[in-house]
Ligand binder design. Structure first.
Ligand code: SME
Length: 146
């Protein structure tokens, strides 16, 4: 299966396990797990906006930094600019926060609720140039399920 086919098959599966009554942490945890397993990413997880900063949420992969300030790193930039950040080479991104030296490329998708960024979905790859417009489109549709 190519990337598009994987996302197309994954979306309804994720939708099926999302429960509007479930805790947001429960839904984020399952979404991170399903993405991580399907694509074999290096790190897949969420940071939530809490008291004006991003705080580490449910994730799969190696340990990560726990807090990120507004406008800092790829995550803080996606939050500030309120749009998806696709970074083909993290070494070329000024201010990239290296939680892991193995990470080479990254995508960050803001989760927007009632016009406010409430969290970001962050995915890291050990390969350069992993993410493109296909990932951006499908991941935006996916976080709308939260
Ligand atoms: N690289 C991110 C920090 C989070 S870790 O990759 C999990 C950033 O620059 O915001």
């Amino acid at each position: 299966m190519n990337k598009q086919e994987k996302y197309t098959s994954l979306l309804p599966q994720v939708q099926a396990v999302m429960d509007s009554k479930a805790d947001i942490i429960a839904n984020m945890a399952n979404m991170a797990a399903m993405l991580h397993e399907t694509f074999g990413f290096w790190w897949t997880g969420f940071y939530r906006v809490i008291n004006g900063e991003l705080v580490l949420g449910p994730f799969q992969g190696p340990l990560a930094c726990t807090r990120i300030a507004y406008g800092r790193g790829v995550c803080g930039t996606a939050w500030k600019e309120r749009r998806t950040a696709v970074v083909p080479d993290v070494e070329q991104f000024p201010g990239h926060i290296a939680c892991s030296a193995a990470s080479r490329s990254e995508i960050v998708v803001p989760v927007i609720r009632d016009g406010e960024v409430t969290a970001v979905l962050d995915i890291d790859s050990v390969h350069l140039d992993t993410f493109d417009q296909t990932d951006a489109e499908f991941l935006n549709r996916m976080v709308e399920l939260l």
